[in-house]
Design a protein. Structure first.
Length: 417
């Protein structure tokens, strides 16, 4: 197999998930760094379509590629920009030029402002920090919303005399009314900078240390806030190093469920119906901890009238695995259902009808109790447990996918009227 064939074989194995890809030449030098909503489709496009002369020259030099998974396309853009700034690849011309694309600016003052700007201020008195540039303004706004939700920051140009809406929603520490002192606020800003620089392990270590100090000092409210930040960041960063973090999650899941083998293929189900209208079900598939979108499935409910989640779940489970049996297709290593004990029992009953014995769990929404097939008591994992982070990520994706299909059906029905 020649080098081009090896490269194409490697490309075919890329996940259908967001992330950053890195092209390298025969000496291992970086040629280009790019982001993608789907790594597989984006990288394949370099080898399956007509390219500009400049891009053809670059592709002819590619000898190897690497990738890093991210939680979302917006996070991929942040990672791409920080890597380009550090590595300065020769073919990333646009991201080296900050004249065309938006940036994130953090001012240098007692309570710094975080904002999106179009260009740097080249005035002597401007001592602010800039991050970027970023090629997609929409994705940048999404990323900034994520940063605001996790950390909170000031965005008002003039400090108000009373707390604004962001402060009341806990999206700003509200320095305007003295809820945070300058030192605490600056520590928060430093964490935002670490996030933007993609210093993920260092950021989590710093937060873990702060949480321990707060807990030992009986500052339980502060410790709880930092814990929530760690949980949110862990969910985002879990796909960053697929060879370590995601494997640890899968291995931890295997251990807590007392499984002999790591559950590489996990299928998860969710039902979406509002007032019993346009009811539908979704199934997402994760392979080695990563979304495998080619194997996602949607189910329009056919046999259930009115609101009955249990019967709808039964229909979806039965249809899915009857088809796998009939088509002699591989079964998953683990099935995850969104719901409690009753939902688990429904899924278990349908699998039994098909003479299938597949490991099965469900996760309840309120306390995140995990119910396990053939286990009387629910499993309660620590909030930062790797296995729970993986289960949450899969459950949330199943819910998102079901809801998106539900909205599509409702929109279609409206248009058909």
């Amino acid at each position: 197999m020649n080098n081009l064939e090896k490269l194409k074989d490697k490309v075919s194995g890329l996940p259908d998930a967001p992330g950053v890809y890195v092209f390298k030449d025969i000496r291992g030098e970086i040629l280009y760094i790019g982001k993608a909503k789907s790594l597989k489709r984006r990288v394949q496009s370099y080898f399956s379509r007509l390219l500009s002369d400049k891009t053809q020259i670059m592709v002819s030099k590619i000898a190897d590629l690497e990738y890093r998974l991210t939680y979302s396309e917006a996070q991929a853009q942040l990672l791409e920009a920080s890597m380009v700034k550090e590595k300065q690849p020769p073919y990333n011309v646009s991201l080296k030029d900050d004249k065309s694309f938006p940036l994130i600016r953090i001012t240098d003052e007692e309570f710094p402002i975080v904002s999106i700007v179009r260009r740097k201020k080249h005035k002597p008195q401007d001592t602010g920090f800039y991050f970027g540039p970023y090629t997609n303004a929409r994705l940048l706004r999404q990323a900034v919303k994520t940063i605001r939700r996790i950390f909170g920051f000031r965005s008002c140009k003039k400090m108000p005399s009373k707390e604004c809406l962001y402060g009341r929603l806990n999206l700003c520490p509200a320095p305007c009314i003295g809820k945070v002192n300058p030192q605490e606020y600056h520590e928060n800003i430093e964490r935002i900078k670490m996030f933007l620089e993609s210093k993920y392990p260092e950021l989590l270590d710093e937060l873990a240390s702060k949480m321990k100090i707060a807990s030992e000092s009986f500052k339980f409210e502060e410790a709880a806030k930092i814990r929530d930040q760690i949980n949110a960041l862990t969910a985002i960063f879990s796909a960053f190093k697929p060879g370590t973090v995601t494997f640890n999650e899968l291995d931890d899941l295997r251990a807590v469920l007392n499984m002999k083998m790591i559950p590489n293929r996990i299928e998860a189900f969710d039902i979406s119906d509002i007032s019993g209208k346009e009811a539908c079900g979704s199934m997402v598939s994760f392979y080695k901890g990563v979304p495998d979108k080619n194997n996602y499935r949607r189910f329009r409910i056919k046999t259930v009238e009115g609101i009955n989640d249990y019967k709808m779940l039964a229909e979806v489970i039965h249809r899915r695995y009857l088809r796998l049996i009939n088509e002699n297709l591989p079964l998953p290593d683990l099935i995850l259902v969104d719901g409690g004990r009753s939902h688990l029992s429904v899924a278990e009953r349908e699998l039994k009808k098909l003479n299938l014995s597949i490991p099965l769990i469900s996760i309840a929404k309120d306390r995140e109790n995990i119910y396990i097939k053939n286990k009387a008591s629910p499993l309660r994992l620590k909030s930062n447990a790797p296995a729970l982070n993986l289960i949450r990520r899969i459950r949330d994706e199943a819910h998102r996918f079901a809801l998106s299909y539900h909205h599509l059906l409702r929109k279609k029905k409206t248009l058909d009227r």
